[in-house]
Design a protein around this ligand. Sequence first.
Ligand code: ADP
Ligand code: ZN
Length: 443
Amino acid sequence: MNTIPVVENRIWQPEFECMERSQLEALQVSRLKEAVARCSTLPFYKEKFKEQGITPDSINSLADLRKLPFTLKADLRDNYPLGFLAIPKSQVSRYQGTSGTTGKPTWTAYSASDVERWADLCARFLVSGGLTPEMTVQISFGFGLFTGGFGLHNGIQRVGAGIIPLSSGNSARQVMTMQDLQPEVLICTPSYALKLMDDILKGDIERSSIALQHAHFGGEPWTEEMRERIESGLGIRCWNNYGMAECGGPGIAGECAYRNGMHIQEDQYIFEVIDPDTLEPVAPGEKGEIVVTPLCREAFPILRYRTRDIGIIYDDGDCPCGRTTRRMSRILGRTDDMLIVRGVNVFPSQIETALMQIKDVSPHYMIEVTRPKALDEITVYIEMEPEFFSDSMREMQEIKQRIDTAIFGTTGLHMKIELVNPNTLERFEGKARRVKDLRKLVD
Ligand code: ADP
Ligand code: ZN
């Protein structure tokens, strides 16, 4: 088994990350007033503010946040392309966008100081995840409109480490670069890391020929069990960070050395957790939809953005790292990822958690949803690890049985399980699409 490097506790901007709580909250309120002032110039908010009598002066406490309207992805689409732009175009320093995986892409924009602040936000989680100026980082996120590539690039530059802006794709070249330039850090989606891990472990590559120590993953949901697979497979320490283009991209939250949740960058963002049906806040420590209000973004301000991501804000006191900011769980799923099967709500991450408990199966899986007889059915396809693949029906049946029990344990449902040959399921270079919903074709 590979040893996984340990990382000392380091903090990039203690003046913001470790603020005394009452000071932090006072800063949040004054920044929220400014954000409301910026939004009042936008037609989308102007009308709503007028109807509800909202002005910057009406915001005097964090509780006043709840007076403000929510903003949905659909609102961004309705105001396409730049309805939320709050500065003159001549002052825009950067445009980025969403990948458009769930429909028409949306744009976001940055002023020069937005870009500067964003670099610091990314530097915060990179440094807490062990990045030092002496290191070299391979960025295997796509460069382009996707916020991951340039966001991380600027953060690494801020720390002063070396950058290999390789972008995603061509995994043979990715692995060759790891051997030739010896980066200590890898940046990509967790599913691309799986693909690269396959190439390293199953190819003719000596682990000692690459220098990787850490990886920073974001952009898509992944589970703790998947982290264990990648960490023990490659002998690296993997970190989670969270963000979305609509609110500025990566750097909104990230793990510290203790990895007990992702610290929310609360000097620049206010997070709420709501029940997506009632829109009311959930009880402290309960899971719900994450709602994000960026406080400092000048070019593209947005209020109470409903992310559709499901998570928890922990209610268990301070973190030993010294940061005073609250921490959030991993993203447990998205409201639009949730499957309802025989009346039971299931997130793909629950299935992943179950599968990764079975060591005979690989981390490559696919979930297919069908509706054969008016009832939804899930089939889980999972690749076997080559060494466990067997001609014996009895052995295969026994593995299926264990998978069934594990899935029942995390979801309360029995699903159809198909064991497939190694290397037969699709691999992903960016965000994975592991759920195939065939119901619409059957309807
Ligand atoms: P889109 O995917 O909508 O085109 P983005 O590329 O900005 O836009 O992706 C943002 C979304 O990616 C988030 O809302 C969330 O669903 C997902 N995401 C980002 N980071 C993580 C993470 N660490 N864990 C889980 N999901 C994440
Ligand atoms: Zn911490």
